[in-house]
Design a protein around this ligand. Structure first.
Ligand SMILES: CC(C)(COP(=O)(O)OP(=O)(O)OC[C@H]1O[C@@H](n2cnc3c(N)ncnc32)[C@H](O)[C@@H]1OP(=O)(O)O)[C@@H](O)C(=O)NCCC(=O)NCCS
Length: 167
């Protein structure tokens, strides 16, 4: 696998949107239900400022996945906690792209001075659970039936990685 990971630019947003909208329509990984517009995704991109970030994985000139660090909660005392997301193009999964993106997000979270990373994994997503566990995330809690999508209630399993200072 020869994919590289780099910071996203505005020009990546249409491809990011395509991957995200596929996940909105066909999975419970995100609790959005309606596909987003390009304007909405551009706003999301412009609002993601350091120490938060959006990164992409590119393979042979094709964008094959993206990831981001965003604020966990808006209130100020949450500022040292970031929430990470990773989305890989449906035809590119299982090749190590998700691992590449998550490894980079962890590095950026350390550089950004975050104390921990949180990933909200919807129940029934063993691939995402395994991916996060592989990088040392542990289950930190479960919000029961907080989502309702595709005619069923969904739990969110919070997986957390503590980031010791200086590492
Ligand atoms: C979850 C997702 C990001 C993983 O990315 P990926 O590129 O498919 O994953 P990778 O190939 O890097 O695999 C990483 C680890 O995940 C696990 N994994 C991958 N495919 C798996 C499968 N089919 N079954 C079980 N575990 C699997 C393995 O532990 C693997 O580590 P290993 O290679 O050491 O065995 C990707 O499947 C995806 O975009 N899914 C839809 C959106 C989503 O669920 N995002 C996460 C929201 S929390």
């Amino acid at each position: 696998m020869d994919a590289i990971v780099r910071p996203a630019t505005e020009a990546d947003v249409p491809a990011i949107l395509e991957i995200y909208n596929e996940a909105i329509l066909h999975s419970t990984a995100t609790f959005d239900i309606e596909p987003q517009t390009l304007d909405e995704r551009l706003r999301w991109f412009s609002e993601t400022k350091p120490p938060h970030c959006v990164i992409v994985a590119e393979d042979g000139g094709e964008m094959v996945g993206w990831g981001c660090l965003r604020g966990f909660r808006p209130k100020v005392a949450y500022r040292f906690t970031a929430e990470n997301s990773v989305y890989v193009h449906k035809d590119q999964r299982g090749r190590g792209v998700g691992a590449l993106l998550l490894a980079e997000l962890i590095e950026r979270a350390k550089e950004g001075g975050f104390h921990s990373l949180m990933a909200g994994v919807t129940e029934g997503n063993p691939v995402s659970e395994a991916l996060h566990k592989r990088f040392g995330f542990v289950e930190a809690g479960r919000d029961r039936e907080v989502g309702y999508k595709f005619e069923r209630w969904l739990d969110v399993v919070w997986m957390q990685l503590m980031l010791p200072p200086g590492e």
